[in-house]
Design a binder for this molecule. Structure first.
Ligand SMILES: [Zn+2]
Ligand SMILES: [Zn+2]
Length: 366
């Protein structure tokens, strides 16, 4: 049996689709048949060439990390998911999108999402299927995976193992809790999940900023108390003043950067109340700089970075979806679906940099 994988051979060039034999799973391994794979902001950065200083592995980079699938084959000895729930071929599972080394000092502490040996998967080497833009995905022995509760529809599962896990971890790192005011910079897939999760964690006011009105309207449906269109509030000063006004002069307890623009750090620090925390998530591209005034940090303001999540978060997220799926329009986050073969049409349509797009989250479907 063969399957397709999407490979980036060269920055700035269209993706190529290659075919490989699907390997036999090692004992303990699991092969998934992908059912959907999200186009995440970080994939757009890669495609756009923003990471040109980050050399591609030999053979090109296998693309895609967000997604979900069904069990195609279980390796010898695998009969349950990570929590001991029986699984068999055809079952829907959500798996950790972090593939750590389990041998570094951070993995040893359980901080597998900060593993020093994480790297982009190269194409053409065994087991071939290590990106989600593919027909199959190879999960090595002991890789965390969780059976999906029957009541959850397929349409809402795609973003769980990237967008949703990442923003939830960011909120946890900021100590988000009852009564907090949370500002969310960017209302794409990350921002919409962050809005829902911040409210679920007890936020008093969630304020969402974006340029696209369709995204801001959706943010309101996910529980945003206020939205700020940055075309209308088109200077840093007016945006900071608006956040202060909407928080009775206090400022935000948490500001989350989910866009990927360095200058939003400086802006976000000004939006914080004393003691508040700025969470950097979106700025994954190396080499961008912003100047800040460190004296502004003295009254207890924090800056924390956040990257992906620990795998034990995933069952919590599935429970969150079960609890909220009939209250919030999770099925509308994925606005567009494209066949995997049309990936070179999907990316230009999903692009939001310097342009308007109707896409909130695009999914590739094998
Ligand atoms: Zn992602
Ligand atoms: Zn490691």
């Amino acid at each position: 049996m063969k399957g397709r994988v999407v490979v980036l051979k060269e920055y700035g060039k269209p993706f190529e689709i290659e075919e490989y034999d699907v390997p036999d799973p090692e004992p303990g391994a699991v092969i998934l048949r992908m059912t959907q794979a999200g186009i995440c902001g970080s994939d757009l950065h890669t495609w756009r060439g923003d990471q040109i200083n980050n050399p591609l592995p030999p053979g090109g980079r296998l693309m895609g990390h967000e997604g979900t699938g069904v069990v195609e084959r279980l390796g010898e000895g695998v009969s349950t998911d990570t929590l001991g729930v029986a699984i068999e071929e055809g079952d829907r599972v959500v798996y950790s999108a972090v593939f750590p080394c389990y041998h570094c000092h951070l993995c040893l502490k359980g901080d597998t999402n900060w593993c020093v040996n994480r790297g982009g998967a190269g194409a053409g080497t065994w087991p071939y299927f290590r990106g989600t833009y593919a027909d199959f995905l190879y999960l090595p022995p002991r890789h965390p995976l969780f059976k999906v509760p029957d009541e959850l529809p397929d349409e809402i599962l795609g973003p769980v193992n990237c967008a949703m896990g990442t923003v939830t971890t960011g909120l946890m790192r900021a100590g988000a809790r009852e009564g907090h005011n949370v500002v969310i910079q960017g209302a794409g897939g990350l921002g919409l999940h962050a809005t829902a999760m911040a409210k679920d964690m007890g936020a008093d006011r969630v304020i969402v900023l974006d340029r696209l009105e369709n995204r801001l309207e959706l943010a309101e449906e996910f529980g945003a108390d206020y939205t700020i269109n940055i075309e209308e509030f088109n200077t840093v000063e007016t945006r900071v003043a608006r956040v202060k006004e909407l928080t009775n002069g206090r400022g935000a307890d948490t500001v989350m950067e989910l866009v990927g623009r360095a200058e939003l750090l400086a802006e976000g620090i000004d939006m914080l109340s004393n003691g508040g925390t700025f969470v950097e998530i979106g700025d994954i591209v190396r080499g961008r700089e912003v100047s800040i005034d460190p004296s502004k940090l003295l009254p207890g303001k924090n800056i924390v970075g956040s990257l992906m999540y620990r795998p034990d978060l995933l069952p919590t997220l599935l429970n969150f979806l079960v609890r909220n799926q009939n209250k919030l329009p999770f099925d509308r986050i994925v606005s567009h679906k494209f066949p995997l073969a049309d990936i070179n049409e999907a990316f230009p349509q999903a692009e939001w940099d310097q342009r308007q797009t109707a896409v909130t989250r695009a999914m590739l479907v094998p």
